[in-house]
Write a new protein. Structure first.
Length: 454
């Protein structure tokens, strides 16, 4: 029964692996719906797919006081805005003293850049009853669509000057409305008129009554577009070709597939059936990796990101090697294959976790302090390490257990010890002498005569 159950479980895992590979690389139609493969759904960076660029120039009517610091602040806010929208590989650089160049990857139409960052606007928070301007977009640190008690809202965070002005205005005008006015190219638009329900002194305001999360996101985007330190106008925009050439992605895919195949071949030759187990786990790892790269909104794959994936594959293979060598050591000490596998996984766990945790710490540091391609590398590496831990410590363990239950009890199938050593072990077991039964000699009873044999 145990063997039959293991065969069924291995068959299910094999079917799931094949389905995962098909979904990872094949795009097909379901009636009127088109399923995009995980691989084709991954957002790519400027180096692999290209994108669009736009050059913004400071409006000529702007005051030039502290221009350098204000332009630097505007560049930082633009970059943070793009990162929050999932474009971690986008770049914002200064051109001269009054221009900013924005490059956004994986966008085909230059006009779509306005959908990404919005048209730069001038933002004002005005009390309706007095006409007093309480805040401008410069006082808003962030505007995010979120939920509060299950209701979609826009959460605002203000700087110190904005916090002080907002606290005074809200405490003196409870029950009044405060309009948010956006001015784009000279056209004023009232985008919201929330009611002041209470005094807000901590610089954290919430605008409710959105109706839907989409409406909240739209308002947050409109407020964000007015956060810049200087007023900007679009000078030019166009498309960007892949910086590494159009064949860079195809060559990278071929290199990755070839490298994975060579690693799997080495594992199978070196560890035989255990190598087959590791190869199945690596295929499942590849399926999961492509799935997470496709569904995580802040992932954009670049050449450094591909390097992070390959590095995490190496860590996954390294974990399998450590486990298998521990299993071999346990078997040489005379344990059965099943007991050896349990002991091998137990003894290898600490070393594997220690090595992977140190890599995770490095990836987190790069993610926090890095920008652009460095963040892309860190995200790919972090996702890959977590998935490699999952596949090596859980999936591989289950597969080894099922294969041991199915395969004959011969170490040669699992390459645990060389056949010569195995024969020596069997010979030493057969050379153990049989036990000799020893009986206690009885002393003669009183009155009996002891007879000697001649």
């Amino acid at each position: 029964m145990k063997k039959k159950s293991s065969i069924i479980k291995l068959s299910i895992i094999g079917v799931l692996t094949i389905i995962g590979l098909i979904m990872s690389f094949c795009t097909f139609n379901f009636g009127l719906t088109t399923f995009k493969s995980f691989g084709s759904a991954i957002k790519l960076g400027l180096d692999l797919k290209g994108g669009v660029y736009a050059v913004y120039e400071m409006d000529g009517s702007e005051d030039t006081t502290n221009l350098s610091s204000r332009m630097a602040g505007t560049r930082t806010r633009l970059e943070n805005m793009l990162t929050s929208k999932g474009y971690t590989e986008a770049t914002v650089v200064r051109e001269g003293s009054t221009r900013l160049r924005v490059e956004v990857p994986d966008v085909d139409d230059p006009g779509n850049i306005f959908d990404i960052i919005g048209k730069p606007a001038e933002l004002r928070f005005v009390l309706d009853n007095t006409g007093e301007i309480v805040l401008t977009g410069k006082n808003v640190l962030s505007a995010e669509a979120t939920y509060d008690n299950g209701e979609p809202v826009v959460a605002l965070s203000l700087d110190s000057a904005g916090t002080e002005a907002f606290a005074k205005a809200t405490s003196e005008n409870i029950g009044q409305t405060m309009s948010i006015i956006s001015t784009v190219d000279g056209d004023e638009t009232k985008i919201s008129s929330p009611k002041i329900n209470s005094a807000i002194s901590n610089g954290k305001a919430i605008i409710n009554g959105m109706g839907s999360i989409e409406a909240a996101q739209n308002l947050a985007d409109q407020i964000t577009s007015g956060q810049f330190e200087v007023k900007l106008s679009l000078l030019e925009s166009s498309t960007i070709s892949p910086t590494l050439g159009e064949k860079a992605l195809l060559c990278g895919i071929i290199a990755g597939v070839l490298g994975l195949a060579l690693v799997m071949a080495f594992l199978i030759v070196r560890y035989r059936m255990l190598g087959v187990v590791a190869s199945i786990a690596l295929l499942l790892y590849a399926d999961l990796m492509l799935l997470f790269l496709a569904i995580l909104p802040w992932v954009q794959l670049t050449l450094p990101g591909i390097a992070g994936i390959i590095l995490s594959i190496g860590m996954a293979v390294d974990a399998n090697v450590i486990i298998y060598e521990r299993i071999k050591d346990e078997f040489r000490n005379g344990k059965s294959m099943l007991a050896s596998s349990h002991a091998g996984f137990k003894k290898a766990t600490k070393a594997i976790i220690d090595s992977n945790v140190t890599t995770i710490i490095a990836a987190v540091v790069l993610l926090i302090f890095g920008t652009g391609s460095i963040q892309g590398f860190a995200i790919a590496l972090l996702v890959g390490i977590i998935l490699s831990l999952f596949t090596s410590m859980l999936i591989t363990r289950k597969l080894v257990k099922y294969f041991i239950a199915v395969m004959p009890d011969k170490p040669s199938y699992f390459s645990l010890i060389r056949s010569k050593n195995y024969e020596n072990l069997k010979a030493s077991e057969s050379a153990v002498p049989e036990e000799v039964e020893v009986t206690e000699e009885k002393a003669p009873l009183e009155g009996e005569v002891a007879h000697e044999n001649i």
